[in-house]
Design a protein around this ligand. Structure first.
Ligand code: 5GP
Ligand code: MG
Length: 179
């Protein structure tokens, strides 16, 4: 285990097994729809790469980059840094996100993608912190890998100031690692 990690919350194996199950759920719902899977950069990229390979049917890939966090605090100011390229008019779109916390980022992305005239829009998130939702945000994910407690986690794509994204598991950072 990495020296800065206090506790492994989700092991590689747990993540792998859950993604296979999610792949089956998505296949049941989207197997004949040629969905567009939208990856929210950068945090979701590891989950995305595994998730699309657990979906055994036609699908297309798109990427969107937003920014909202600085350090361990959500700033609440969501900004689109890079938009999707494909025309999403009439398409069945599934957003793949690393973690749903306050819900502000996803609420913003959903509104943005809906305005492109999608046929349907759903959210698949690896992690959900139900206690983190900001006041007034009612958004929920349609597919959730794991519900986790209100702690700051890193690994499997999730960073602390750009570090730890390459850890193969999800873990809780030691407080002393927050420089
Ligand atoms: P929300 O807008 O729901 O508050 O935040 C979603 C985004 O915040 C995620 O995509 C992720 O980048 C970041 N985030 C929220 N909670 C955590 C966490 O525990 N660890 C890390 N590394 N990022 C988080
Ligand atoms: Mg993120």
């Amino acid at each position: 285990m990495h020296k800065d990690i206090q506790q492994v919350l989700l092991s590689e194996e747990q993540i792998r097994d859950r993604i296979q199950q999610l792949g089956q759920e998505l296949l049941r719902d989207y197997g004949d729809k040629n969905p567009v899977f939208v990856c929210i950069l950068k945090g979701a990229v590891v989950f995305y790469a595994d998730m699309i390979r657990a979906f055994d049917a036609h699908c297309e890939m798109e990427f969107i980059q937003i920014s909202s966090y600085q350090g361990t605090q959500s700033t609440g100011n969501v900004m689109i840094r890079q938009d999707v390229r494909k025309d999403l008019q009439g398409r069945h779109v599934v957003i793949l996100e690393d973690i749903l916390d306050t819900g502000r980022s996803l609420a913003y992305v959903c509104e943005h993608l809906r305005s492109k005239g999608v046929a349907s829009l759903k959210i698949c998130t690896l992690l959900d912190k139900p206690e983190g939702r900001a006041p007034g945000v009612t958004l929920e994910a349609d597919y959730v890998g794991f519900h986790i407690p209100n702690a700051f986690v890193v690994g499997y794509g999730l960073d602390y100031d750009e570090y730890y994204r390459n850890l193969p598991y999800v873990g809780i950072l030691k407080p002393e690692a927050y420089a």
